[in-house]
Design a protein around this ligand. Structure first.
Ligand SMILES: C[S@@+](CC[C@H](N)C(=O)[O-])C[C@H]1O[C@@H](n2cnc3c(N)ncnc32)[C@H](O)[C@@H]1O
Length: 338
């Protein structure tokens, strides 16, 4: 298995297993924030979420409303912990021009601008949901990455994409523009969360509702021309676009604070905090608009998936992949070496 799951995560023994006591709250963990719960309630009772309307709802299957923005910011905390405090894996040296594609709330771009005061960081998104007060070296633009890029060739040092699996369908166009705009030697990084769950100790039953959720989501993605996510797929995407020195990092993301190691326990806790919002954000439009499912049926599938992540006796995790590659310095020479 080239980009596999590696060693099992050690389970925290203080979370004593008890089939009658399954939820994390009974073990002293709060599993929702008030604002997330309020937003979820609003969604349920107001019968809808806010999706951006720039190019019609089909362009992005995920909402960009306040509930989603809060989820994205929690996700950023998760990825920082998975990266042990870092913002990327690519071995950057004094980058000057950085582009964050599909920047969302812009939280990654803002942190990157703070960490690299000599760089200019630009975040682009279909939705203008970024804050107005940002570091002087950071700016945001409304733009569609699937159109022609208005950036000069050979000018960028780093292009970053995170969690765009449900956004972008034409990756060959987007990565060919990335390749054109990067300087020779510049890096591209794709970070995305796989749409499958795993377990190393047999504590997850095959009929776990998260499996059904993932199957349906993958079907909706395939039907709407979107690709699945795995280390090998992301790596192949970069190879096809001409990048070299590709590295793949699969990272285990526990669902719930069941891991013994403190960093992974925090990842699990934060994952649980955004879990309900995540199932609804990823699932609702995909299942109703693309697969044509009834709204209530789709909501139940999302809810069952969320509930399954709340079971502390199931040591479930997903894989978050970070894959980077470099634009060759002298294309012909380096490509011939492969
Ligand atoms: C799941 S969010 C991820 C946000 C951010 N990258 C992060 O990790 O916090 C996906 C974002 O990509 C944006 N998006 C989707 N398709 C896009 C496109 N073609 N061009 C620009 N942005 C896009 C969406 O509007 C949304 O804000």
């Amino acid at each position: 298995m080239p980009h596999g799951r590696g060693c099992a995560i050690e389970v925290d023994p203080t979370l004593a297993e008890n089939p009658l006591d399954k939820d994390y709250e009974s073990s002293g963990y709060a599993t929702s924030t008030k604002s997330l719960a309020a937003a979820a309630a609003e969604y349920i009772y107001e019968n809808g979420r806010r999706y951006h309307a720039y190019y019609g709802v089909e362009k992005n299957l995920m909402p960009t409303d306040e509930m989603e923005q809060e989820r994205l910011d929690i996700n950023h905390e998760i990825f920082m912990r998975l990266l042990e405090g870092g913002l990327h894996k690519a071995p950057l040296r004094n980058p000057k021009q950085i582009l964050d594609v599909g920047t969302g709330t812009g939280i990654w771009a803002i942190d990157m601008a703070d960490q690299h005061p000599n760089a200019k960081v630009t975040g682009i998104d279909l939705s203008p949901i970024q804050p107005k007060w940002v570091p002087a070296n950071c700016k945001f633009l409304v733009d569609d990455a699937e159109l022609e890029w208005t950036i000069n060739s050979d000018t960028l040092d780093f292009v970053h994409f995170r969690n765009l699996a449900l956004g972008i369908s034409n990756w060959s166009h987007v990565l060919s523009e990335t390749y054109r705009c990067l300087q020779p030697g510049g890096y591209v990084e794709l970070a995305d969360t796989g749409l499958a769950v795993y377990c190393d100790d047999g504590s997850m039953w095959p009929d776990n509702p998260v499996n059904l959720f993932c199957e349906l989501l993958l079907e909706a993605m395939a039907r709407s021309g979107r690709e699945s996510v795995s280390g090998d797929l992301l790596s192949a995407r970069l190879t096809k676009a001409g990048f070299v020195d590709i590295k793949v990092y699969p990272m285990k993301q526990p669902f719930g604070p069941w891991a013994k190691e403190r960093r992974l326990k925090e990842v699990g806790m934060l994952t649980l905090l955004q879990s309900e919002a995540a199932f609804l954000s990823y699932g609702m439009a995909a299942l109703t608009r693309v697969l044509g499912m009834d709204h209530e049926v789709a909501r139940k599938i999302c809810h069952d998936g969320y509930q399954a992540t709340m079971n502390k006796n199931t040591h479930m995790y997903g894989l978050h992949y970070i894959v980077y590659g470099r634009k060759p310095v002298r294309s012909n020479l380096e490509v011939r070496k492969i």
